[in-house]
Write a protein of this length. Structure first.
Length: 108
């Protein structure tokens, strides 16, 4: 499974201001994945005083995971052709002034 390093961080939409992106601090995506491995995708971002609307993860321009804090549940996984996921774990936590989203998957 190959994951590209494209991610989408979208903040609130404001009247007269349009849509803006939050600051991406760091992004960790493994370059190679072996079936059965635990894959950890890590996105560190700075809210810069605003509210997070969503974080979206893509593989080859196809969305496979969406985190929207206001949704129930906040994390949603979308099936990918040729990729079978056995386990998903989502962690959100603060680290100093940045927030971190970690997504763990086991692919079979």
């Amino acid at each position: 499974m190959r994951l590209n390093r494209k991610t989408s961080l979208i903040g609130n939409q404001r009247a007269n201001a349009g849509v803006f992106c939050l600051r991406l601090v760091s992004l960790h995506v493994p370059s190679k994945v072996i079936v059965g491995d635990v894959i950890k995708l890590t996105c560190r971002y700075d809210l810069e005083g605003d509210t997070l609307y969503s974080i979206k993860w893509y593989r080859d321009d196809v969305e496979f995971f969406r985190f929207v804090p206001r949704d129930k549940p906040p994390g949603q996984f979308f099936a990918l052709q040729g990729v079978n996921v056995d386990y998903i774990k989502l962690n959100i936590h603060d680290a100093l002034k940045h927030r971190i989203l970690e997504l763990e998957l086991i692919v079979y």
